[in-house]
Design a protein around this ligand. Structure first.
Ligand code: GLV
Ligand code: MN
Ligand code: MN
Length: 418
């Protein structure tokens, strides 16, 4: 990595304005955004960001899975580019910063270099990865996983949402089924700037997080089939009730996390009952379980205890439980040089900094499979995220983008361009 490179300061006002403008696309009316992957709102968000990219004169390519890669050519464009970026899809009740911040800060860095006529030696690419959230098409981080060759394009195209809609059809319908081949070119390095989405930085009064890695993620979807029957006439002892199994499993997940302690977390985020009527014992329930741990062995222990509980409930409640894995990623450790560099650059900018692992999944964990990757976090106010109330102070947003700028300037060798 080049040393002692610096970068012009980014324009915080311009970054905030773009964040606010993008936040209006798919606005939920309460400060949040609903831009589920490959919906018309996602298309509108993409169109806006692509317009900004073209206004900056970037070379914008859409790949076969809909990833948008915008490149600012370096003076030696044959060298592997440095890449930054994130995603702009959101959960249905998302905030304005998750993902969007990393993408728009990348554009802001390029604009700040353009403003003073600087061009780095290596090209700088800003990636907008398709379907990071996994809230519509699983797995999460789908676009970046395909970008690095971890998932084949055909398999990705065949992913179905909960309504049975195929990912490739949605790419066609929103006009983002590109022809740039996947996997994409291997970057020299990848950096993702993101809000923390957790409590650590705010609690510690620290501005910058040097992210050490991402915890392991296990997503399962369960289909529980019982016996639909009359709510008034069926004796309790004769019931095979999927809703009871949902409740038992939800409480089991809570107890499991308490028993395992440490970093183990577990969430039942989606539950659907069929036919979902007041006086009918459900025939079927579909529920999701999200288990995460920084320790791969403990995550496996949690998964296996959960599987045992499912088998036990099949016997005791007389139901069948089909389990389908939606996503399964081991914990990832970021490249030590990148973690060190985030810490050093933050210190050079007189910003307080600490190391921490990420609780959320990120595109950077996929890029880490093919190149040195790292992440910069800024604090989340009130530890709220995946919620319209998600917030980070303007000063922290600006500080994080300045760390990104200096780090990208070093990696892409801005000083060397002269
Ligand atoms: C995705 O962002 C996740 O961590 O759920
Ligand atoms: Mn995100
Ligand atoms: Mn998210």
């Amino acid at each position: 990595m080049a040393t002692a490179t610096t970068s012009p300061r980014i324009d915080g006002g311009r970054l905030l304005e773009r964040l606010a403008t993008l936040g209006e696309v798919g606005s939920t009316g309460d400060g949040g955004c609903a831009r589920l992957a490959l919906t018309d709102d996602d298309r509108a968000g993409r169109d806006l960001v692509v317009t900004w990219m073209r206004d900056l004169g970037l070379d914008v390519r859409i790949d076969q899975v809909g990833n948008i890669i915008a490149t600012f050519a370096g003076t030696e464009p044959e060298l592997a580019p440095v890449m930054c970026g994130s995603h702009i899809d959101t959960v249905r009740t998302g905030g304005r910063y998750d993902g969007n911040y990393g993408v728009l800060a990348g554009l802001e860095v390029i604009e700040s270099w353009l403003a003073v006529g600087l061009r780095p030696r290596r090209s700088l690419a800003v990636g907008v990865f398709t379907g990071e959230e996994g809230a519509r098409f699983a797995p999460d981080m789908l676009g970046s996983l395909v970008y690095v060759g971890g998932l084949g394009i055909d398999e990705a195209h065949d992913a179905l949402d909960a309504a049975g809609v195929r990912l490739a059809d949605e790419l066609d319908s929103i006009g983002y089924h590109g022809d740039t081949p996947c996997p994409g070119p291997t970057p020299h390095a990848f950096v993702e700037l993101h809000i923390e989405q957790g409590p650590v930085l705010e609690a510690d009064g620290v501005t910058i997080g040097a992210v050490t890695g991402v915890q392991g993620i296990s997503w399962q979807e369960l289909t529980i089939t019982g016996q639909s029957n009359h709510a008034g006439t069926t004796p309790m002892a004769l019931r095979h009730d999927p809703s009871v199994v949902v409740a038992e499993l939800t409480m089991f997940v809570r107890r499991l996390t308490q028993q395992l302690g440490g970093h183990q977390v577990g969430t039942v985020g989606r539950v659907e009952l069929f036919p979902n009527l007041i006086n009918v014992i459900p025939a079927r329930a579909v529920m999701t379980v999200d288990l995460r741990n920084t320790d791969p062995d403990r995550l496996r222990v949690a998964e296996s205890a959960f599987a045992d509980e499912c088998r036990m409930l099949e016997q005791s409640e007389g139901v069948t439980i089909e389990r389908r894995s939606l996503a399964r990623f081991d914990p990832v450790e970021f490249d030590a040089t990148m973690v060190d560099a985030v810490e050093r650059v933050a210190g050079d900018l007189d910003l307080s900094v600490e190391r921490l692992p990420s609780g959320a999944g990120h595109d950077a964990q996929m890029l880490a499979r093919v190149c040195p990757a790292g992440m910069i976090f800024v604090p989340s106010v009130g530890e709220i995220s995946h919620n319209p109330a998600e917030h980070t102070s303007p000063a922290d947003l600006e500080a994080g983008a300045n760390v990104l700028a200096v780090l990208l300037a070093e990696l892409a060798e801005l000083g060397a361009a002269g």
